[in-house]
Write a protein that binds this ligand. Sequence first.
Ligand SMILES: [Zn+2]
Length: 100
Amino acid sequence: MMNRNLELTIVCPFCGKLFSVAVREEDYIRYQRGALVQNAFPYLTATEREALVSGMCPDCQGVYFGEEYEEDDWEGEDIELITLDDDELESALARLYGKA
Ligand SMILES: [Zn+2]
Protein backbone atom coordinates (compact mmCIF):
# COMPACT_ATOMS: atom_id res chain seq x y z
CA MET A 1 0.00 0.00 0.00
CA MET A 2 1.23 3.41 -0.84
CA ASN A 3 1.44 5.68 2.09
CA ARG A 4 0.92 9.30 1.25
CA ASN A 5 2.87 10.76 4.11
CA LEU A 6 3.44 14.28 2.85
CA GLU A 7 0.70 16.85 2.82
CA LEU A 8 1.52 19.64 0.38
CA THR A 9 -0.24 22.87 1.18
CA ILE A 10 -0.95 24.98 -1.85
CA VAL A 11 -2.42 28.45 -2.20
CA CYS A 12 -4.35 28.81 -5.42
CA PRO A 13 -2.89 31.79 -7.32
CA PHE A 14 -6.23 32.42 -8.97
CA CYS A 15 -8.63 32.53 -6.04
CA GLY A 16 -6.34 32.50 -3.03
CA LYS A 17 -7.91 29.40 -1.56
CA LEU A 18 -5.76 27.14 0.56
CA PHE A 19 -5.91 23.45 -0.20
CA SER A 20 -3.70 20.40 0.11
CA VAL A 21 -2.59 17.40 -1.89
CA ALA A 22 -1.20 14.32 -0.17
CA VAL A 23 1.73 12.54 -1.80
CA ARG A 24 4.54 10.25 -0.79
CA GLU A 25 7.54 12.20 0.42
CA GLU A 26 10.02 10.20 -1.65
CA ASP A 27 7.98 10.93 -4.77
CA TYR A 28 7.98 14.62 -4.03
CA ILE A 29 11.75 14.55 -3.72
CA ARG A 30 12.00 12.85 -7.11
CA TYR A 31 9.67 15.46 -8.56
CA GLN A 32 11.78 18.30 -7.18
CA ARG A 33 14.81 16.67 -8.74
CA GLY A 34 13.20 16.86 -12.14
CA ALA A 35 10.94 13.84 -12.54
CA LEU A 36 7.86 14.49 -14.64
CA VAL A 37 4.80 14.93 -12.50
CA GLN A 38 2.97 11.98 -14.11
CA ASN A 39 5.98 9.73 -13.50
CA ALA A 40 6.63 10.91 -9.98
CA PHE A 41 3.00 10.60 -8.89
CA PRO A 42 1.27 7.95 -10.99
CA TYR A 43 -1.42 7.54 -8.34
CA LEU A 44 -2.60 11.13 -8.40
CA THR A 45 -5.67 12.12 -10.35
CA ALA A 46 -5.27 14.54 -13.24
CA THR A 47 -6.77 17.22 -11.04
CA GLU A 48 -4.26 16.63 -8.28
CA ARG A 49 -1.37 16.62 -10.72
CA GLU A 50 -2.52 19.86 -12.29
CA ALA A 51 -2.80 21.36 -8.83
CA LEU A 52 0.83 20.47 -8.15
CA VAL A 53 2.03 21.88 -11.46
CA SER A 54 0.07 25.10 -11.65
CA GLY A 55 -1.18 25.52 -8.10
CA MET A 56 -4.67 25.83 -9.47
CA CYS A 57 -7.29 24.54 -7.04
CA PRO A 58 -9.92 22.03 -8.21
CA ASP A 59 -12.63 24.69 -8.32
CA CYS A 60 -10.60 26.97 -10.54
CA GLN A 61 -9.62 24.03 -12.76
CA GLY A 62 -13.31 23.40 -13.25
CA VAL A 63 -13.77 27.00 -14.35
CA TYR A 64 -10.72 27.12 -16.60
CA PHE A 65 -10.97 23.74 -18.21
CA GLY A 66 -14.75 23.59 -18.34
CA GLU A 67 -16.46 20.47 -19.56
CA GLU A 68 -13.27 18.72 -20.59
CA TYR A 69 -12.29 18.84 -16.98
CA GLU A 70 -15.53 17.19 -15.90
CA GLU A 71 -14.91 14.29 -18.24
CA ASP A 72 -11.65 13.63 -16.45
CA ASP A 73 -10.03 12.22 -19.57
CA TRP A 74 -6.74 14.00 -19.43
CA GLU A 75 -4.70 10.83 -19.20
CA GLY A 76 -1.88 10.95 -21.68
CA GLU A 77 -3.03 14.17 -23.25
CA ASP A 78 -1.31 17.48 -23.17
CA ILE A 79 -3.14 19.97 -21.08
CA GLU A 80 -3.37 23.33 -22.73
CA LEU A 81 -3.23 26.01 -20.14
CA ILE A 82 -5.40 28.95 -21.01
CA THR A 83 -4.20 32.43 -20.31
CA LEU A 84 -7.05 34.72 -19.47
CA ASP A 85 -7.03 38.46 -19.80
CA ASP A 86 -8.38 40.56 -16.95
CA ASP A 87 -11.96 40.61 -18.17
CA GLU A 88 -12.04 36.86 -18.73
CA LEU A 89 -10.50 36.26 -15.34
CA GLU A 90 -13.06 38.49 -13.72
CA SER A 91 -15.96 36.66 -15.32
CA ALA A 92 -14.41 33.30 -14.49
CA LEU A 93 -14.16 34.26 -10.85
CA ALA A 94 -17.66 35.72 -10.98
CA ARG A 95 -18.97 32.36 -12.18
CA LEU A 96 -17.03 30.65 -9.45
CA TYR A 97 -18.21 32.85 -6.63
CA GLY A 98 -21.50 34.11 -7.98
CA LYS A 99 -20.40 37.72 -7.86
CA ALA A 100 -21.38 40.17 -10.55
ZN1 LIG B 1 -8.67 28.51 -7.02
